[in-house]
Ligand binder design. Sequence first.
Ligand SMILES: [Zn+2]
Ligand SMILES: [Zn+2]
Length: 335
Amino acid sequence: MGKRSLLTVILTAFGAVLAQMGAAQIVATPPRWYKGNLHTHTINSDGDSPPYDVLAWYKRNGYHFLVITDHNTFTDPALFDTNPNDNFLLVGGEEVTNARTVHVNAVGISRVIPRQNGSTVTELLQASIDAVRAQGGLPLINHPNFGWAFTATEMLPLKRTALLEIASGHPLVNHSGDGRIPSTEQMWDQLLSAGVRIYGVAVDDAHNVREEFSRTRANPGLGWVVVRATGLTRENILAALGGGDFYASTGVTLKEIRPTSTSLEVELPPASPTTSSPPHFRVVFIGKDGRELSVSNDNPAIYSFVGNEGYVRARIEDSNGLRAWTQPVFLGGVR
Ligand SMILES: [Zn+2]
Ligand SMILES: [Zn+2]
């Protein structure tokens, strides 16, 4: 039984107990989708805008939450996220950074994490992951191909992993690899196939929020996550991210993701009747070792498990090159 289906059983049992207690007046908040960016810089490191301006950009552009992740610098959300009623949440963060270009984002921390030490890339990654976990945060392994710093080989021994960057708006992170060095999405499959539980995210890694926007600058609005939660709180966002109840996107919006014990179903919103050239979509279902299991143009797209896939995840591709990625449903054998 997957983590989510177990959660469903617990919630259902909890609901039954409440009903028996005559607590009919307690109405559960239905979960909804919240859009956020987990990787952003400000003038607190090498970004070009003050935190409040960066926050304001994301708020204006339809986001619900943001993590400011300056290099080895913690930006206190309480100083900038001062309106509790604006349906926008700033989550504490930092990009734990060292000279070997091993960068790990700390999502949901509350005080600074110093530069970590280690004699190998694996040691540096593990030290950073442990420091983030020690604060109840989620470690996000950033851009392995930035500076061609490391591959799945260095990540395979890691413990207590949570998130891996598989897409980014940053122009220098080489996420597609070169055919010999794998793409970060291929690295993700290598980790999942070896039994490492880690979820894939898309981020902005934005540095340039002012002046002109161009493909050579690290602008905002290019990669994000959409999490399913019952309310916009740090705890809910971290629980959804840590439990894989979210999708990553560089531009494709999903209506619903339905993982069950027998299938994975992906539903896209209906095309807008006012769009003159609506994009077409295909949904690629992927299993262990990155194996393509099936491709569907249906909406919803449904993949029924055979049982030997190891895990099943979906990549949704639109006809303009934009993508979304669901998180894997584990079919056993994954720690
Ligand atoms: Zn970085
Ligand atoms: Zn960064």
